[in-house]
Write a protein that binds this ligand. Structure first.
Ligand SMILES: *Cc1c(COP(=O)(O)O)cnc(C)c1O
Length: 423
């Protein structure tokens, strides 16, 4: 489907310039400037021979000939809206291959299941998104996979012996990271984890390093450039960006993605054509939205730091020069993003009074949308995390997480100020 050029006068065009048309040929759709929604379950073959050829390639019965694209068969396998969306997502992360999914959780679970086997260990950074946490700790063990956590925000070298002892010589099926981690923005050094993966080869299997890049990607962090093998997204968040769609994506090299794409076909966890179309529309403004939200977050974080009712602010833009994770941040991230967590002075009662007094910022979980959202991690998104782990990861009763949107910054500060007065 790749017909829109990627180069002008020897200059490789930036993803921002390619989101409006890349991978779409108007001549195939009556000249429509925008890709239509291919709301269809199946595709008509021009001949029986063409159908046979499509299936041979789809099932890997033979290698595709030079220049032979996978023909359209059935929308669980492929669909123009998903293929074009996937081509565009590849541009931001420098990936060869992308698979879009019905949700972020579908991307995470399908990718893990493609690589873990009974008897394996799975290594993951904690804290991690609640749904992923539940899946690795409660669902994977029922398939004979043992989940082993290490702490985000603490150097990997200091945890190495403990990790190796917990693995105990088992095959490690995959390694799952989330950086920055939710809700405190603790970082994981992707390069250090990739080096550890090199040491964990068992029976010729090196565990792929999968990075959930939902918080900063695909604008402010590109994990594939730092040694990750798979990038995962909840496209529900910044990529969709308008709090009106649930979707996900996984990206990597053709070879790493092949088992994930293959399993997606059989689990049926692909995105729908309509959601693919919505995400293409969102991608046109992705950079604008994420940049504007990060600028607002900068103002919000600085306002909070200076406020007498605020005890502590977690925001990557305020990471001190001598912070142990500063070097990782400078190497791995090109911007701090727009998730700000902070502790009000007091505890749950003060945090709740603050949340209940907000008027412009809405009280809801999720993040990465055009509107600002606030929530209380200890009793909402991270309610399932044990009290000991909540304490370890800084999820205190006074902690509030704000996903800063693209409203007027002055209006946001007015709302936050009034709500802090009420706290
Ligand atoms: C929301 C989220 C997910 C899950 O995505 P869904 O689209 O809700 O399934 C996974 N990881 C992170 C970091 C998230 O924020």
């Amino acid at each position: 489907m790749t017909t829109h050029g990627r180069e002008i006068a020897g200059r490789a065009l930036r993803p921002e310039s390619l989101m409006m048309g890349y991978g779409y040929d108007p001549a195939l759709s009556e000249g429509a400037i925008k890709c239509p929604i291919f709301q269809t379950s199946t595709f008509v073959f021009e001949s029986a021979e063409a159908g046979k050829a499509f299936f041979e390639v789809a099932y890997g019965l033979r290698e595709a000939d030079e220049g032979e694209a996978q023909g359209l068969i059935y929308s669980r396998l492929n669909n123009p809206d998903l293929e074009i969306l996937e081509d565009r997502l590849c541009l931001w992360d420098g990936a060869e291959s992308c698979a879009s999914f019905a949700s972020g959780m579908a991307a995470v679970t399908t990718s893990l299941l493609a690589y873990v086997r009974p008897g394996d260990a799975l290594l993951y950074s904690a804290p991690i998104y609640g749904g992923s946490d539940h899946f690795v700790r409660h669902v994977l063990p029922t398939f004979g996979v043992t989940a082993i956590a290490f702490a985000a925000g603490e150097p990997l070298a200091a945890q190495r012996n403990e990790i190796l002892a917990a693995i105990g010589g088992r095959r490690v099926g995959a390694i799952l990271l989330e950086t920055p981690a939710n809700p405190t923005n603790a970082l994981v050094d992707i390069r250090a984890v990739a080096a550890l993966a090199d040491e964990l080869v068992v029976d010729g299997h090196r565990p792929p390093v999968m990075v959930d890049n939902t918080f900063l990607g695909p604008i402010f962090q590109h994990p594939l450039h730092h040694g990750a093998d798979v990038v995962l997204y909840s496209a529900t968040k910044f990529i969709g960006g308008h709090s009106d769609v649930i979707a996900g994506a996984a990206l990597g090299t053709d070879a790493v993605m092949a088992p994930i794409r293959g399993l997606r076909t059989f689990l049926g966890t692909m995105a729908s054509p309509w959601n693919g179309w919505l995400l293409m529309r969102s991608l046109e403004t992705l950079k604008l939205r994420m940049t504007a939200a990060a600028q607002n977050a900068d103002q919000v974080a600085r306002f909070l730091v200076a406020h007498p009712k605020v005890a502590r602010v977690h925001w990557l833009g305020l990471l001190a020069a001598d912070h142990p994770m500063r070097e990782v941040y400078d190497r791995q991230c090109s911007g701090p993003g727009s998730l700000v967590a902070f502790e009000v002075r007091g505890g749950e009662a003060e945090a709740f009074r603050f949340l209940n007094a907000l008027r412009l910022v809405r009280l809801a979980v999720s993040l990465g949308g055009t509107e600002s959202l606030a929530e209380h991690p200890a009793t909402m998104t991270h309610a399932d995390v044990s009290p000991a782990d909540q304490a370890r990861f800084g999820i205190t009763p006074a902690l509030v997480r704000i996903s800063v949107g693209i409203e007027d910054a002055g209006d946001l500060l007015a709302d936050l100020g009034e709500a802090l007065d009420a706290a």
